[in-house]
Structure formats: C-alpha cells, structure tokens
Design a protein around this ligand. Structure first.
Ligand code: GPV
Length: 812
C-alpha cells in the first residue's frame, strides 16, 4: 500500500475499502445492485447480478491499480508497452475474482443468497478481440506481467465486433457478427482526455530541408482502459484499447449544408470503421487498405501516448531506451519503427541516423509464423497513398541499410517486387527479434532472415511461449487446483516449477486415485454442459480425444477426421475386439473466406452425423463438434481431455500454446516434432508423449518428391478405404461429390503431407488405445505431464522477455 497521499484536501487512505469479509462483500454487492444497476434483489436478473458482482470486484481492483501506477511514476520505472492487434482475453470477472483472492468469499455470499456464482460468471460474454494463439498469448502475457510486477501497458484496438460467432447449418459454418459491447462493459474506463489525432493520406512537401506531412484525413483515437490485476493483488497494469472517433473537422459541413447528407457523413463513417471489426484471418495477410489503416491507427495512437507519457517527467528523448521498451506482437504494429522515427525527426528535431538508432534500442519484434501467406507485405502504391511520409522513411531506411552493408543478395531489403516487407522492416528497426519456440527460432534464423541474421548475429533470440496457470488451472480446473494445493501447499500458482513435487507422490495409489477423480469430475462437468448447451450426449467413461484450435490445413484437422473414419471402419469390421470407447471432440473456427477449411468443417460434421447414428459403433465412438469454440469453451474442454491432438505438419506451427494447456491439465499429447511440442516432449520425457510423423527437414525433402501423396496412399490400405468411403458419398449420400475438392487435394497436391504422415499417425493412435487400457500406466503418464510442464508458465516467458529483451526489473 502506498504512503498516505493528500490531494484536494482528501486523504486518499480514507477511501481504502475495508477487508472484504463475507458481510462486507454482501453489502457492497447489494449496494451496487441498488445504486449502480438500479434494481433490487427481488427483481434482479442474472445480468443485473453479474453487473453488481462485477462492480463489487472491480472496486477491489482499483487500489492495486492506483498503487502500482503511482509507484511506477514515483520510482520513475521503465515500462513495457506491448503493442498487439489482438488481445483474446475471454471473460474477466472470474479471473479478476481469483487474482484478487475473492473467489471463496464470492461463492459463499452467492450461496447464502440462494444463487450460484458459477452460473452468474457464465453470463459474461467473452472479450474475443483476437483470432487464436497470437491474441491469447498477449492476454496470458498481460496477466503474467501484472502478477510479476512488471510495469506494463497493453495497447490494442477496442473492436466493436470481436471475432464472429460460429454456428452450423447443415454442417456448414455460418458466421454472425459478435456484439460484446451491446451490453455494458463494466471493466472499461473511458478516458476522453487521452485522445490523439491519427492522420492518413495527404501530401508531403519539403520546406527548408524538412518534410512536412499534411494528412488528408484525421481520426481521433480515444483511450479505454481496463485494469489487469495480477495474482495476489500486489500489482495491476493497464490494457489501453483505442476507439476510433471522427474528429470534428471530418464532417463536411459545406456538403451537408448543400444538401448532400450522405457524402457529408462519409469521412465520418470511414473513421469509425477503423475500430469497427476484427479481421477474422488467422495467419493470413490480405493487403487490404482498411487493415493497414487499423494497424497504423493502433500504432500511431500508442506511440504518441508513449512519447507523451515519457515527456511528462523527462525532457531528453535520447534517454528513451532507459525508460521505454516497445514490443511488437508480430509485424502487425511494425509501422511503429517509422512512426517513432517520424516523430523524432519531424517533431523533435532529431537527425535521421540518431532517430533510427534510438528507435531500434526501444523496439523489439516477436515473430509468430513462417507461413508465407502470413508474412505481411504492403504494396508500395498503397503505402504511398495511405502513409506517404512513412513510405519516405522506409525508403530512406532501405537506402541507409544498403549503404551500411554494401551490395545485398537478391531478395534482401525492405522493398522488393514493389512491396514493403514488414518482417524485414520490423527486423531492422528492432534490437531483438524473437521466435516463440526453440525449433521455430532456429527456422527463423535459417529460413526467414538468414542475411539479416549474419549481419546482426546477436539480434535473434528465443523465448518459448507460456500460458498463465491462473486461468488455465486455477480458473478452468478447480478440482485439480485444489489437489495441487492439498499436495504441494499454495504457491504453485506463481511458482509453477513446484509441480515437480507431484512426482514424490506418484507411487501413492490414493494420490493417483485422487488425481483420476479430478479428470472424471472435469468430464462430468463437460458432458453436462454439452448436454445443456449443445444438446449432445456423451458418455463420461470414454477416452476424450480433443483437437481445438483454428481450422487450418497445416494444423491437419483433416488427418484427424480421416483417422476417425478409419477407426470407425475398423470397429465395424470387428465390433467385439475390445475397443476403447472414444469421444472425438473438435472445436474451432475457419476464416470466412477459407474455402478448404470450411469444407473440412463440413466433413467433420457430416462424419459425426453418420457415425453417431450408427447403432453398431455408437457406444464406442462419438464425434462431437460444439459450435463457436472460444476461450470460455476452452476452459471447459481442456480440463476434460485425456488426449491432446497437436498434429501439425512439422515446421509449420510456430509454437502452439493449447499444447501446453492440455499437458498442464493432465492430457497426454499425440503430436509431431513441431513448435513447442518438441520442448514439451523433452520436459515430460519421450515415454510420456505419443510422437509420430516426419520431422521438419523430412517434410522439406518429402515435398520435393514427385507424387508423394499418391505414393503414400497407394501404400496405405486404411487410407484408401477412408478416401473411398468419402468418394462414395458415405457421409454425404445426397451429394456424393461434395468432397471432391478435398479428395483432389489429398491425391494430387497435399502440401501439408496428410497422406505421408497418415500411417504413422494411425499406428500411434493404436498405441494410445493400448496404453489407455493399462489404467495405471496412463495415470502415471498423465501425472508426469502435469508435474513436468511447470516450465510452460507464462511467468517464465515474461521473465525471459524482461531480462533478454526489455532490460527491466520487476517492481515486486
Ligand atoms: I502470425 N499465430 C496466430 O495465432 N495468429 C497469427 O496471425 C500468427 C501466429 C500463432 C501461431 O500460429 C502459433 O503457433 C503460436 O503459438 C501463437 O501464434 C503464439 O505465438
């Protein structure tokens, strides 16, 4: 707690809230219900209760938030600024409740009111301001930075519409807009005083040797702040999301007065578009003007805010790197380099070289993919139109680099083929570039930036991803959390390597039984939820085999469903062979324009319909695909999983983070040597991991073999039977040719090597079954997965960022 402070004659300590005893908590809750929500207990709806509860919890977040902010100012600390187009936060209420240490009190108070805390918490819409792993990683890192006491701001966009909602019609994905802001957002504070103009288009003219950019359009970025409380309420940071507002002069009064109302309102409408909707593409970049504008909108507002905050207490911008670290989450905010250089040169009188050096010391860039379709490129023409001054700076940077380093090999440089290469731009304006798993970082060095790496051999570093155990164990899996606390004492939540201590208990049958009981409870919770919310009935004594993630060919949900068909065919051939009952669970969305991914979704649903209706196999195999997978669904599915499917083509998944969440919740992984799977396997031990498939180098070699798919299919009876069943319309009797495109792809191109890896996957799946039949063995393997994956806490990752990249020490 801070020392006594007096402002306007008010002793701020007078405002401190009393200890939240159940009675105090109850009073606060009922007070908010009446005075903030405006209703009474007799008439309150679930929504009203949730709002009253949210305000009650939020009150308690403000003290650590203010304290942390004051300490950072008073101690003049270095701050981290995490710039990201995505923050996939999910729900905030229960997370904040846990981190503030109020869950037990809240549950008790609701019990006494005859209400169910979990039911109320379940009413909250997800903040789905992200697509998948990249956005969820940003959310885990925010939570870890707050827990560790790393002074930090997350900067993002306050999308009116987050990731679309998914439903299935006749097995097909249908998208509907997401609407999280339609009801009040109790976690956000509007800061109208923090608004920055962001300019677009217009002209640059030279005047007395200086470049003057006069934008044609100007939009206001208005700040909306959400407190991010760390576990143990010792620290809290800010997530600052920008909303786009038309600046007053955007409205064309002349046209309006002349009667052309629509045209008069056009620029205003355009301005609002900037924070209207999240682009629903995961790991693809499409070169659209609106997307570039959104990226600049986020970046410019954030960089202006950062410089303004620094200058409030400092006057020498040359010392910026001592106080400011800016992290770019992929290249989406990579215009930060040119923007900071622009501000330093055009507004603060720096020379170009000095501005570049300074910016580079401040900036860091995290690369999250090698997929060519995800590497951002902007055409020079578009860049010149939207950000003419920035294009000049990029050209100047490119010339400078060429002069510094002499003739460059083909394909090197910030601009080529009439495109600005954002990865190269991010590289040359950053002092550190990191990949997100050991394997991925090696490939970033070797395949993505070989030339830049040899020029700057100290720049590329690895920081393997991590996930927060507060959300992914304490919140998602209370029975497991309780067992961990009973066994290890409290403290594992912030020191996850303590899970190692579980190994001391592994020979104790009673402990293994208790561990097994946590899994059973999670399965019961999940099956109840599937029945209530999706009308799906599944047995609770089956092996739960789960693949949840965005739909993408490289993630190979297709291989999983093809294997499911093979398995079904085998059961039918010999129903009495002692099969392990399985529930195959799928979850995930496809980008709306990704035709092949949508075909795969439909195939999974078609297979589910046929297989689930088959009386011969019904008790042994179920396929379920609950629609609209999101963070809160993940919290229900992951704890219940026995088997975690991490089956991407080796070399394609930068890291994966779902793989970590599953292992921490005692699921065994069936996976390739890809991304962080490699490190998970090293940690849990090869005996406790179901490995299959080609390695990254073998993948590269195999792709060069002509007809690799056909060759593999011809070798595999199982694969041929599956493809034949699909071709005959077994799963689409009304339209036998429905999956012609998938079949054609598998036979004739198969870039992601589904056919080449199928038999290896099949054998390994059979090993999974055999192992599962040995109950004790499975239990031991699952326990070792929990015990040995403490390394994958995002606290460890954030500490590595702090020491290797940000050069910052925690305040706690
Ligand atoms: I680039 N990732 C993502 O979710 N969206 C993107 O646009 C890009 C990358 C993911 C990678 O695919 C995962 O392998 C990785 O675990 C995650 O980013 C976080 O690093």
């Amino acid at each position: 707690m801070s020392e006594s402070l007096e402002v306007h004659g008010v002793d701020l300590d007078d405002l401190t809230l009393p200890e939240p005893t159940p009675e105090q908590f109850r009073r606060s809750l009922l007070h908010h219900l009446q005075y903030t929500v405006g209703t009474d207990p007799e008439h309150a709806s679930k929504f009203d209760w949730r709002m009253a509860l949210s305000y009650t919890i939020r009150d308690r977040a403000l003290e650590p938030w203010f304290d942390a902010t004051r300490r950072t100012w008073n101690e003049d600390r270095k701050r981290v600024y995490y710039l990201s187009m995505e923050f996939l936060i999910g729900r905030l209420l229960e997370d904040a409740t846990i981190n503030l240490g109020l869950r037990d009190v809240a549950v008790e108070v609701f019990d006494r009111l005859g209400l169910d805390f979990a039911d109320i918490a379940d009413d909250e819409p997800d903040a789905a301001l992200g697509n998948g792993g990249l956005g969820r990683l940003a959310a885990c890192y925010l939570e870890s930075m707050a827990t560790l006491g790393c002074p930090a701001y997350g900067y993002g966009i306050r999308y009116e519409h987050g990731l679309f909602k998914q439903r299935f019609e006749g097995g097909r994905q249908v998208e509907a807009p997401e609407d999280w802001l339609v009801t009040d957002n109790p976690w956000s504070f509007t800061r109208p005083e923090s608004a920055y103009p962001v300019g677009f288009r217009g002209e640059v003219v030279e005047q007395d040797g200086r470049q003057i950019w006069t934008p044609q359009l100007q939009v206001l970025a208005e700040a909306h702040d959400t407190p991010v409380v760390g576990y143990g309420r010792q620290w809290a940071n800010t997530l600052r999301l920008w909303a786009a507002k038309p600046s007053a002069d955007l409205f064309d009064l002349e046209r309006f007065n002349a009667g052309d109302f629509t045209a008069a309102a056009e620029p205003e409408a355009w301005a609002r578009t900037l924070s209207r909707v999240l682009y629903p593409n995961d790991t693809t970049s499409r070169g659209k003007e609106l997307r570039l504008s959104q990226e600049y909108f986020l970046t410019s507002a954030s960089v202006q805010d950062i410089v303004r905050r620094y200058l409030e207490t400092h006057d020498d911008l040359r010392r910026l790197p001592e106080y400011v670290a800016i992290q770019m989450n992929d290249t989406h905010p990579a215009i930060a380099g040119p923007e900071l250089i622009r501000l330093l040169v055009d507004d603060h009188g720096f020379g170009f070289d000095a501005a570049v050096d300074l910016s580079t010391q401040v900036l860091g860039y995290t690369n999250h993919t090698l997929l060519p379709e995800a590497l951002e490129h902007w055409s020079v023409g578009l860049m010149r139109k939207v950000l003419p001054r920035h294009l000049q700076i990029i050209e100047q940077l490119d010339r400078r680099d060429a002069e510094l380093h002499g003739p460059r090999p083909e394909g090197v440089g910030l601009i080529g083929d009439d495109q600005v290469r954002m990865g190269d731009l991010a590289f040359v304006t950053s002092h550190k570039i990191n990949g997100v798993s050991a394997l991925h970082t090696d490939l970033v060095r070797r395949d993505l930036f070989p030339a830049l790496d040899s020029l700057h051999p100290d720049r590329i570093v690895n920081v393997t991803n991590g996930v927060t155990p507060r959300r992914w164990i304490a919140l998602a899996n209370p029975p497991l959390a309780q067992l961990l606390t009973d066994t290890l004492g409290s403290g594992w939540e912030t020191d996850l390597e303590r899970l190692k201590g579980l190994e001391d208990h592994i020979d104790d049958p009673a402990f293994r039984e208790a561990f097994g009981a946590t899994k059973r409870q999670a399965k019961e919770r999940l099956s109840g939820w599937l029945a209530d919310h999706h009308g799906i009935e599944v047995p609770t004594d089956a092996l739960y085999d789960v693949q949840v993630k965005r739909l993408h060919e490289y993630k190979r949900q297709l291989m999983n469903i093809l294997w499911t068909i093979a398995h079904w065919q085998r059961i039918k051939r010999d129903p009495g062979a002692g099969w392990v009952p399985r529930v195959k669970i799928f979850g995930g969305k496809a980008a709306p324009s990704y035709v092949m991914a949508k075909d795969i979704i439909r195939l999974i649903n078609d297979v589910a319909a046929v297989v689930n209706a088959d009386p011969e196999t019904r008790d042994l195999l179920q396929v379920v695909y609950p629609a609209n997978y999101n963070v809160s669904m993940a919290e229900k599915l992951i704890p219940a999983a026995d088997l975690s499917e991490q089956i991407s083509t080796a070399g394609m998944e930068a890291s994966g983070t779902g793989n970590m969440k599953f292992a921490l919740n005692g699921a065994l992984t069936i996976g390739t040597l890809d991304g962080a799977n490699v490190e998970i396997r090293e940690h849990v031990g090869a005996d406790n991991f179901f490995l299959f498939g080609l390695t990254a180098d073998e993948v590269t070699a195999r792709r060069n073999e002509p007809d690799h798919a056909r060759t593999a299919i011809e070798k595999s009876q199982a694969m041929r039977d599956v493809l034949q069943a699909i071709a005959e319309g077994t799963f689409s009797p009304d339209e036998p040719n429905r999956y012609g495109a998938i079949l054609d792809m598998i036979w004739n191109s198969d870039w992601f090597l589904v056919a080449s890896d199928f038999d290896s996957y099949d054998e390994t799946q059979q090993a999974v079954d055999r192992t599962y039949l040995d109950h004790e063995r499975w239990q031991r393997m699952a326990l070792l997965n929990v015990a040995r994956t403490g390394y994958f806490s995002s606290d460890r990752s954030v500490r590595e960022y702090m020491s290797r990249i940000w050069n910052i020490t925690p305040a706690l």
